[in-house]
Design a protein around this ligand. Structure first.
Ligand code: MEV
Length: 436
C-alpha cells in the first residue's frame, strides 16, 4: 500500500512511479513531452486528482451547420475517427435542404431528497404546505444569483413510497438553472433543504413519528423535462444524390425500416442511439460538459416506456421524408469546466457564446447529423467502407508512409482488403522495388 501519493507534486508522482517500476524512464519522458508551457498547465493539473500528464484529444470542427436558419461552425472532441467526417457530410447535405430545425421542449432539472419516516402521506398531508414553505425559504440565500439569471426552484413535490420500500418517502425538487448545468446549485439546495427535515419532524410529531432519517439528497441525471427536438425534412426525391445508386424512394424506405427496427429491438436500439451520442458527446466534451450525465439521461429517456427504444423516428408522407430526434440534454455554458478549460472556452467562443438552450439545440443537431450519416451508410454501402479509409490513413501514418506511398496505397486498397499486415507488405514491396 502507498500512502500520501496524492500529496506529491506531479513530477514527484512521476518519479515515484519510476522508482516503483510502475513506469519506465521512457514513459516518464513521453509524459513530459506532453506537458505544455503556458499557465493552462496548472489548471489542467487541477481538473482531477493524482494527475501525471496531459491526455490530448483533437478538437475538430464541423462546417456548414445551419440550425433554424443560423449558421454555426461546430467544434467537436472525440477519440473516434469518422465522427467529425460524418457530421460534416450530413450537415453539408442538409444545409441546402432547410438545415436542422430544433426546438426546446423544456429546460427543467430535477433533484431529490430521499428519507425514511414511519408515517405516511395521509399524516404528512396537512403539514405539507408548511414544510414546503420552510424548504423553499431555506434555500432563498442560495438562489439569489440564480434568480437574477432567471433561474431558481420551480416546485417541490412529495411522494409516499412506503408501498415500495418500508418507510421510504421522497421529496422531488424542480429547478431552472438558466445557462448553468446547475449540478452545484441543485445539490447545494437539496442538501440545505435536507438539513431542515429532522428538526421539522421533531417539532411537529411525537414518538416514532418525530424521527426522520435523510438517506441522501442529490440531483437526478434523468432530465426528461430538459428536452430538445431536432428534425430534418425534404422531399423524398431530394435524397437521390446520397442514395448510393438505390434511388431516392428505395433509400427512404430502407432508411425508415432501419429506424423501425431500432424502435422494436433493444439490441439494435442501443447501437442506433450510440450513433446519436457520437455527435452529441463530441460537442458535450468540446464544451466542457459532463458526458456521463448526458449519456445516462439520454439512455434512461430511451427506456421511458419500459422498453429501451430508438430516440429517433422517421416518417415518410406525401412524398416527404422527415427524420426527428428527441433527447434530454442538461447542458451548461457557464460554470464547471465550460469557461475554466481554455479549449472548452474556445469551443464556446467559436459557437458565439451560446446560451444553454442554444447549446442544447446545437448538440442535438450534431446528434442528428451523425445519426443520419450512420444510418445512410448502414443501409447503402455499410459503414466499413468509410471506416477502412480512415483505418488505412492511420496505418500509413504509423508506417511513416510518404505522400507518394500513401497515394499509391490509397489507389491499391480501393480494390483490396485493408489490414495492418496487408498495408505493411504493400509498403515493403514498394520500398524494395525502389531499391532495385
Ligand atoms: C459507430 O460508432 C456508430 C454506428 O454503429 C451507429 C449505428 O449503428 O447506427 C454506426
Amino acid at each position: 500500500m502507498i500512502e500520501g501519493f496524492s500529496k506529491l507534486s506531479k513530477s514527484e508522482r512521476r518519479k515515484k512511479l519510476v522508482e516503483m517500476q510502475v513506469i519506465s524512464e521512457n514513459l516518464l519522458n513521453r509524459m513530459e513531452a506532453f506537458d505544455i508551457e503556458s499557465g493552462s498547465q496548472k489548471m489542467l493539473d487541477n481538473i482531477s486528482e493524482n494527475t501525471l500528464a496531459n491526455y490530448f484529444l483533437p478538437l475538430g470542427i464541423v462546417p456548414n451547420v445551419y440550425i433554424n436558419g443560423q449558421q454555426y461552425w461546430v467544434p467537436m472532441v472525440t477519440e473516434e475517427s469518422s465522427v467529425v467526417a460524418a457530421a460534416s457530410y450530413a450537415s453539408k447535405f442538409w444545409s441546402t435542404r432547410g438545415g436542422f430545425r430544433t426546438k426546446i421542449i423544456g429546460t427543467t432539472k430535477v433533484g431529490q431528497i430521499h428519507f425514511f419516516w414511519e408515517g405516511n402521506s395521509a399524516i404528512l398531508e396537512s403539514y405539507w404546505e408548511e414544510l414546503k414553505k420552510l424548504l423553499l425559504e431555506s434555500v432563498e440565500y442560495l438562489s439569489e444569483n440564480m434568480k437574477k439569471r432567471g433561474g431558481g426552484v420551480l416546485d417541490i413535490e412529495y411522494s409516499d413510497y412506503t408501498h415500495l420500500i418500508r418507510h421510504y418517502h421522497r421529496i422531488q425538487v424542480y429547478f431552472e438553472t438558466a445557462d448553468a448545468m446547475g449540478a452545484n446549485y441543485i445539490n447545494s439546495c437539496l442538501e440545505t433543504m435536507a438539513k431542515e427535515l429532522p428538526a421539522f419532524f421533531e417539532e411537529h410529531f411525537t414518538d416514532r413519528l418525530a424521527d426522520c432519517e435523510v438517506n441522501m439528497a442529490i440531483l437526478s441525471n434523468y432530465t426528461p423535462q430538459c428536452l430538445v427536438e431536432c428534425s430534418v425534412e425534404c422531399p423524398v426525391d431530394e435524397l437521390e444524390p446520397i442514395s448510393a445508386g438505390l434511388g431516392s424512394k428505395k433509400f427512404a424506405e430502407k432508411f425508415s425500416q432501419a429506424i423501425a427496427i431500432a424502435q422494436v429491438d433493444p439490441y439494435r436500439a442501443v447501437t442506433h442511439n450510440k450513433g446519436i451520442f457520437n455527435g452529441i458527446d463530441a460537442v458535450v466534451l468540446a464544451t466542457g460538459n459532463d458526458f456521463r450525465a448526458i449519456e445516462a439521461g439520454g439512455h434512461a429517456y430511451a427506456a421511458r416506456g419500459g422498453t429501451y427504444t430508438s430516440l429517433s423516428k422517421c416518417e415518410i408522407y406525401t412524398g416527404r421524408f422527415r427524420f426527428t430526434l428527441q433527447v434530454p440534454l442538461a447542458l451548461g455554458t457557464v460554470g464547471g469546466l465550460t469557461r475554466a478549460h481554455p479549449m472548452a472556452a474556445t469551443a464556446l467562443e467559436i459557437l458565439g457564446n451560446p446560451t444553454a438552450p442554444a447549446l442544447m439545440q446545437i448538440a442535438a443537431a450534431m446528434g442528428m447529423a451523425n445519426h443520419f450519416a450512420a444510418i445512410r451508410a448502414l443501409v447503402t454501402t455499410g459503414i466499413q467502407k468509410g471506416h477502412m479509409k480512415m483505418h488505412l490513413t492511420k496505418i500509413l501514418n504509423h508506417l511513416n508512409a510518404s505522400q507518394t506511398e500513401s497515394e499509391l496505397a490509397s489507389h491499391h486498397f480501393k480494390n483490396h482488403d485493408i489490414s495492418y499486415k496487408a498495408v505493411a507488405e504493400f509498403l515493403q514491396q514498394l520500398r524494395s522495388n525502389r531499391q532495385v
